[in-house]
Design a protein. Structure first.
Lengths: 169, 290
């Protein structure tokens, strides 16, 4: 393999996996599970993924990638365009700036940090949705969604951790 | 020489930081711009989103099959376990349905005789396309479903989406092979309906809750729990007479319990309805309808 191709692979391939994972998570969240009421409270898998990668390897998920996957999620869900992208980008910027505080701490610290971030993201999404639709949306489904997202955080980050260790050492 | 090299290195770091901040600002502004544009229902933007959805539809189709297989397996297991009871229930239901079939046939013939007597033309039969639901909205503020059929299959914007028991929603965006249907429960769903017995008109308004409410109910209308609500056909987009739901009394005004269970459906029908139009030059076309 010539050096040019190798550098191309070295440049583009590493971010490809986290981005592909985020896109896959968006699709998984959009599947019809035929469980009544689940669609309204589906946990925000992509929020967890962006939080995780921003904390563990922000170089693998640059801001542009976060913008694009957030936009993809907005398009798939049919919600206001840019809402998800905005919230996810803010999360990334926030986490990267606070990385030193959260790095190499026990898992519970990261989880608590995520709870705060998820709550802030939920409130912001709610306000933006109210602005967009011109109506006050019922806060109960987003609240249940927040709880479910926080609950699924350990499982998902464990999977992402395995991916990171396997691929990026 | 060394000083020069060191000098250029010292220059590029703040420049790089500036570029980073600039690109961040650009991305944030882009999201705001997109937010505003999508609110304004920009056509090019809609086309772009439709293209993305269309591209992902085959993937969703494939990914959703295991979910359906799981549910089929669960239903099959349930059927096997309760085989005897299910059999008896189906026999009884069959007997009842045969009686209704006889009544329906008699009424249909009577109806045809009346129509012929009055000179009333029969409503145009609408064709329909059966599509599979391949995606939920997955968002907290949207109640929608992604369908496996698009323009190529005859699906068009505004068409009614019907489940086995009643109306589910209507199509809001169509691609070549996929479409998005806004469910009746969505915040933005507005369907012209009427109370079946009395004929009073209203608008079925969704608010992201499981039971939509009736807005703009005609003055003088009285709603009773149990009243059937059907589409009124006003506006010409949805065919009249499709079952929607039943009035249930609740604390905060009357709500409609929908017949169709959109969460559990796998297949839906999209109705290609063309409203009867008044043609120019026909005698009596000058008179106002009704």
């Amino acid at each position: 393999m010539n050096p040019a191709a190798r550098t191309w692979i070295d440049e583009l391939l590493p971010p490809a996996v986290p981005v592909a994972l985020c896109l896959l998570l968006a699709l998984i969240a959009a599947l019809p599970y035929r469980i009544p009421g689940l669609a309204a409270v589906m946990p925000q898998l992509m929020l967890i993924a962006v939080f995780y990668w921003s904390l563990a390897r922000p170089d693998l998920l640059p801001v542009l990638a976060v913008f694009l996957v957030g936009l993809f999620q907005d398009i798939i869900t049919g919600g206001p365009l840019g809402l998800g992208a905005l919230v996810l980008m803010l999360v990334r910027v926030l986490i990267v700036s606070q990385r030193r505080v959260l790095m190499d701490k026990p898992f519970v610290v990261g989880w608590s940090g995520f709870m705060v971030v998820a709550l802030a993201a939920a409130v912001m999404s709610w306000i933006l949705a109210a602005t967009y639709y011109g109506r006050i949306p019922d806060p109960r489904p987003p609240l249940v969604q927040l709880v479910l997202t926080i609950a699924i955080y350990p499982a998902l980050t464990w999977c992402l951790g395995r991916v990171r260790i396997t691929l990026y050492r | 020489m060394r000083g020069l090299g060191g000098g250029t290195r010292r220059l590029t770091v703040p420049v790089r930081a500036l570029i980073a901040r600039l690109s961040l600002f650009l991305l944030f502004s882009s999201t705001v711009a997109l937010f505003v544009l999508s609110r304004a229902e920009n056509a090019t933007l809609s086309q772009f989103t439709n293209t993305v959805v269309a591209a992902t539809a085959p993937l969703l189709d494939v990914l959703s099959r295991p979910v359906d297989a799981f549910h089929d397996l669960r239903d099959w297991a349930g059927n096997v376990v309760f085989l005897y009871d299910e059999n008896r229930r189906l026999r009884e239901q069959n007997a009842r349905l045969r009686q209704w079939e006889a009544v329906a046939r008699r009424l249909e013939q009577e109806n045809d005789r009346f129509r012929a007597f009055l000179g009333v033309t029969r409503d145009q039969a609408s064709s329909s396309v059966i599509t599979r639901i391949i995606g939920d909205s997955g968002g907290s503020y949207v109640r929608a479903a992604l369908l496996n059929g698009g323009r190529r299959d005859g699906v068009g914007e505004g068409q009614a989406v019907v489940g086995v028991r009643g109306l589910v929603g209507h199509v809001v965006a169509v691609g070549r092979h996929s479409a998005r249907a806004l469910l009746l429960t969505d915040l933005n769903s507005r369907i012209p309906v009427m109370v079946e017995n009395s004929g009073f008109r209203a608008i079925l308004t969704g608010d992201n809750s499981p039971m939509p409410r009736l807005s703009f109910l005609e003055v003088g209308a009285q709603l009773r729990p149990g009243d059937r609500i059907v589409t009124s056909g006003d506006g010409g987009l949805l065919p009249p007479g499709i079952a929607v739901g039943q009035v249930v009394a609740s604390g905060a005004g009357d709500r409609i319990k929908l017949f169709a269970d959109a969460d559990r459906l796998e297949f839906v029908r999209v109705l290609n309805y063309v409203a009867p139009r008044v043609e120019a030059g026909v005698a009596g076309a000058g008179e106002a309808p009704e």
